[in-house]
Design a protein around this ligand. Structure first.
Ligand code: MBD
Ligand code: FE
Length: 257
């Protein structure tokens, strides 16, 4: 008897069937034996139980998702959202915007200046900017960090010229956790576990595609071999020593919807 079926979500079917088509090509090429398949199932089970699925996918898959969709797009290239964005950050209103930090926050002080425009050059005033980064121990607040919740996280709005100025600290290279199934894979593959130092930023403006991206620093030793492959040339800035602190800047360009 034919079972009545109804496609609930055409996109799910389309994506799944395309995935299987390419999976078959991959298997024809690799000829996995049953031991390899079983090892994969056990590792994937450990990955799920460890809570590292978002970490693993954001490190090893997200960049390919973005590259396929955005590599030829005008405007600033997106980069990885990663596993460490949280909603509910503090709104910063007093200028210059000082990112919430401990009174004795370790690290080089940073003044970062940015500007937000549309692809046609129009300044985008009142753009919401979310900012998050690691601290001088390479940790993100709210995730296995002794720092107060929401440390080195905040959001603010660009001024009438699309400009903003943030006072924070310079992030350091980030080592992804190595003690779980993700680290197991990194070691097995012979990769290192580092990402170059980066600041996460998200730009939200009515009528424009939300830009989720990261800023990187010239000269960082991990730029070419970022374990998560998140670096794009247009996302690089240069740190300048100015008196007792460092300064950097970058312009961001949003695409109309
Ligand atoms: C990070 O800090 C990050 O930005 C990504 C993409 C993955 C893991 C950790
Ligand atoms: Fe990060």
């Amino acid at each position: 008897m034919m079972v009545e079926t109804q496609v609930k979500n055409q996109r799910v079917l389309e994506v799944y069937e395309s995935f299987v088509k390419h999976l078959k090509n991959f298997l024809d090429e690799q000829q996995l034996n049953h031991e390899e398949y079983s090892n994969f199932v056990k590792w994937a089970d450990r990955l799920g139980r460890s809570g590292e699925v978002p970490l693993f996918l954001d490190v090893f898959v997200e960049t390919h998702v973005l590259e396929s969709k955005y590599k030829d797009a005008p405007g600033t290239q997106p980069s990885l959202l990663g596993p460490y964005f949280v909603e509910g950050t503090q709104l910063l209103e007093q200028k210059p915007f000082v990112i919430p930090q401990r009174p004795d926050e370790a690290g080089d002080k940073l003044i970062f200046r940015g500007n937000v425009t549309s692809v046609d050059g129009k300044p985008l005033a009142n753009t919401k900017v979310e900012w998050w980064q690691d601290d001088n121990d390479g940790l993100y607040s709210n995730f296995d960090s002794p720092a107060p919740a929401f440390n080195l996280r905040g959001h603010f709005y660009t001024d009438e010229n699309g400009d903003f100025e943030v006072h924070s600290i310079v992030p350091i290279p980030y080592q992804i956790p190595t003690n779980g199934p993700t680290g197991e894979f990194v070691r097995a593959a012979g990769y290192h576990a580092y990402r170059p130092a980066h600041i996460h930023m998200m730009f939200i403006q009515e009528g424009y595609e939300t830009l989720i991206t990261q800023v990187f620093f010239e000269g960082d030793q991990w730029l070419e071999t970022d374990v998560a492959k998140g670096v794009r040339s247009s996302l690089l800035t240069k740190l300048h020593q100015v008196g007792d602190h460092k300064e950097a800047s970058l312009d961001f360009v949003l695409r109309p919807l």
